[in-house]
Design a protein. Structure first.
Length: 170
């Protein structure tokens, strides 16, 4: 994925950099983002910057990490989206900030990432893990053509149950 920036009709997906911490710190402190995640809100802008430095590395062994800050074409940041690619499969994740929920930004951003992964990396299988109570995320994945293939205990949130969704690309 030579040019990592992506654009859709309404969005720009910027490769995540440590400098994004300044703009993303406040929206990422919203507790509602973490209801279904083990991760907690950032405690400081400097800590978030260090986290973004690690994510910007782009590689861990055989995996490739792609992380984007998602913003309106001419507006504020609306969230984050990521893809972890391992061979011909990828796992996607997304966090849309609460002020922008239910406006189609998650679907638009994820669609762009999936299309790029297929075209530039030859990814043929995309996966996502979602808490069984996260109805909005389940609806998003199903609207993108994902199918539920597994339900079981969460790996990162003891006492929770997750669904794994997959979409085969062609």
């Amino acid at each position: 994925m030579a040019d990592l920036a992506l654009a859709t009709e309404r969005l720009r997906l910027e490769p995540l950099k440590p400098s994004h911490a300044r703009a993303l710190f406040e929206p990422m402190r919203d507790e509602r983002l973490y209801r279904y995640e083990a991760q907690r809100p950032p405690k400081s802008e400097a800590g978030l910057e260090r986290r973004f430095e690690r994510l910007a590395v782009g590689r861990d062994g055989s995996q490739l990490w792609f992380n984007w800050a998602v913003r309106g074409k001419d507006g504020p940041y609306v969230g984050l989206v990521q893809a972890t690619v391992d061979g011909k499969s990828a796992v996607i994740g997304y966090d849309i900030f609460p002020a922008y929920w239910r406006q189609g930004y998650g679907k638009e951003a994820c669609s762009a990432v999936i299309e790029r992964a297929l075209r530039d990396l030859g990814v043929t299988l995309v996966k996502a893990i979602v808490d069984i109570e996260n109805q909005a995320s389940i609806a998003l994945l199903e609207s993108l053509g994902f199918k539920r293939v597994w339900t079981g205990p969460s790996d990162d949130m003891p006492g929770h149950t997750d669904h794994r969704y997959e979409r085969v690309l062609a």
